[in-house]
Design a protein around this ligand. Structure first.
Ligand code: GLC
Ligand code: CA
Length: 554
């Protein structure tokens, strides 16, 4: 049953949408092989409808060798057979749309997977061929080309170049090198090649024609590179070397924005126009460029994922994000968790300043997280962001306050970061462990079989069925919040109320307000309590680590 009446023809839906990220291999497994799939997801559409989200963002579900969790795409126009079929994809779109839920798919344009037909053709073709010109192949340096063409490094560690055998020598002798800013199984496209640009226009149309409502654009800032010879030096990827004038060697070059203006034209061929959100790590002053109306429309705001549980820090990041959205004529995007970062229920349960990678390497033993406090803060933080103007991106499991799985054993890890960094960085698998749906059973209800990443014994406590039955659970607070929010949203206005340390309070258009007590309890102002993340104490005191929404007295 559903009471949703969301209008699927509304062109501006994305401005205020609550978008729920599904990492398909870890959401629900329909056939018991341990890998989440479309059948499992279709089965859970009623759960998503009951949660009250506006859209699903589906992380890559394409055929892939899984060198990087599906972000190594071998065919952009198909579904991985382990995940399902195109017919099931269509079924999923229909099932979501029937509930008034939109679907956003992940587009990975910086690189393909190494199994992609184009890359295979490039390997078989000669240097200088049109096949190689779709990627970035270069001769090596040194007397015999034995050194990489430049000092560029991969995000996952090591050189960004890998050498291939010379296809004409027949002896496997060394040939050219190709560029991969991520894993070697993720060769970068050459976006100065018009064939690549055309191909992606076709891919956008392929999914838009199937009813997809929007796109999440992976590493949007990286597509254009300075490939003039000799290749410029760029030995380190870091915030402090990133240029903010559109001329950086590898990131956020001006040509990137020209590419997305082309995408906007394609997305505007549809009625309603397709939406998009950029995953871009650019200089702060240039983030709004991606969100301009003639480009993608939105860009993720990631400042908050780096902030500790602290009122002043939150306030600063929120104001910066609101300002950037205003500058672009966009709406802001609130994020606390996704598949690349330690879950916020755990981050907020650890002492401020904890080195998260060191914590993961200690198997979660040092320091020990305070799960109860983490869950309270995580919910309070999410309710705070859900009260702000703009759209919110939730990551599967955060509605359960699911903690990070910090004690995955090295043998279980799938993230290429672990091997590529020589076991210095543990990687992102702890946020990608398959969801618990029931308190027990072979994989806590994820499927009839196992789970591709091992679930810890304590997972059952956070299961959907357990929280569903508990009126005080985090899951039921999320449901309530999304329902209340849908009735409150009106206007973009937000006015902060100053004066109380450790508290964030703001009024919204339409006569309501949100208050979060960070460090210490805070007395609530007058007005009906619409929702609170924790019980309100005597004397209308909001406990520490809690958020409440209030209707202002008439
Ligand atoms: C993005 C994805 C991440 C992936 C990378 C390479 O940052 O979110 O999961 O590893 O791009 O595609
Ligand atoms: Ca499966």
């Amino acid at each position: 049953m559903s009471t949703r009446t969301r209008d699927l023809t509304d062109a501006d839906w994305w401005r205020t949408a609550v978008v729920y990220q599904v990492y398909p291999r870890s959401f629900a497994d329909g056939n018991g092989d341990g890998i989440g799939d479309l059948a499992g997801l279709i089965d859970r559409v009623p759960y998503l409808a009951r949660l009250g989200i506006d859209a699903v963002w589906l992380s890559p579900f394409y055929p892939s060798a899984l060198a990087d969790g599906g972000y190594d795409v071998d065919d952009y126009r198909d579904v991985d057979p382990r995940i399902g079929t195109l017919a099931q994809f269509d079924e999923l779109v229909a099932a979501l749309h029937a509930e008034g839920i939109r679907i956003v798919v992940d587009i990975v344009p910086n690189h393909s997977g190494s199994g992609h037909a184009w890359f295979q053709a490039a390997l078989a073709a000669a240097p200088g061929s049109p096949e190689r010109a779709r990627y970035v192949f270069r001769d090596g340096l040194g007397e015999h080309g034995e050194l990489p063409p430049s000092d560029w490094v991969s995000h996952f560690g090591g050189s960004a170049w890998t050498r291939v055998p010379d296809p004409s020598s027949g002896s496997g002798r060394g040939g050219q090198w190709y560029l991969h800013l991520f894993a070697p199984e993720q060769p970068d496209f050459d976006w100065s090649n018009p064939e690549v640009r055309e191909e992606f226009h076709g891919i956008l149309r392929f999914w838009a024609d199937r009813g997809v409502d929007g796109f999440r654009v992976d590493v949007a800032h990286a597509l254009a590179k300075d490939l003039t010879e000799p290749l410029p030096s760029y030995p380190r990827i870091a915030r402090d070397v990133l240029k903010d004038d559109g001329t950086d060697v590898l990131f956020d070059r001006d040509e990137v924005h020209e590419i997305f203006r082309g995408w906007r034209k394609v997305m505007d061929e549809y009625d309603p126009p397709r939406s998009a959100v950029a995953e871009a790590w650019a200089a702060p002053s240039r983030l709004p460029l991606y969100a301009r109306p003639d480009e993608l429309g939105q860009t993720f705001e990631f400042d908050l994922v780096l902030e500790p549980w602290d009122a002043a820090a939150f306030r600063r990041s929120i104001e910066v994000a609101l300002e950037r959205a205003r500058a672009a004529g966009a709406s802001s995007t609130w994020v606390l968790s996704n598949h690349d970062i330690v879950r916020h229920a755990s981050r907020f349960g650890l002492p401020a300043g904890t080195d998260l990678n060191a914590w993961l390497l200690s198997q979660g033993t040092s320091p020990v997280e305070d799960r109860e406090r983490g869950a309270a803060r995580a919910l309070a933080g999410s309710l705070l962001l859900l009260a702000l103007p703009g759209s919110a991106y939730l990551y599967q499991g955060e509605e359960l306050a699911l903690p990070e799985v910090a004690d995955l054993q090295p043998e279980a890890l799938e993230d290429p970061i672990w091997e590529r960094t020589g076991h210095v960085e543990k990687g992102r698998d702890g946020a990608r462990v398959p969801l618990p749906w029931t308190a027990d059973g072979p994989s806590f209800g994820f499927g009839a079989g196992g789970a591709h990443l091992p679930q810890p014994a304590w997972f059952g406590r956070y299961a959907v069925a357990v929280e569903d039955a508990d009126p005080a659970s985090v899951l039921n607070r999320y449901r309530e919040a999304l329902a209340v929010r849908a009735g409150l949203l009106a206007g973009e206005g937000v006015r902060f109320v100053d004066g109380r340390e450790g508290v964030i309070e703001f009024e919204r258009d339409g006569g309501w307000r949100c208050i979060t007590a960070f460090g210490a309890p805070a007395e609530l102002p007058p007005g009906e309590v619409l929702l609170s993340s924790a019980p309100i104490g005597a004397g209308r005191v909001l406990p520490a680590d809690a958020t409440a929404w209030l209707r202002d007295p008439a």
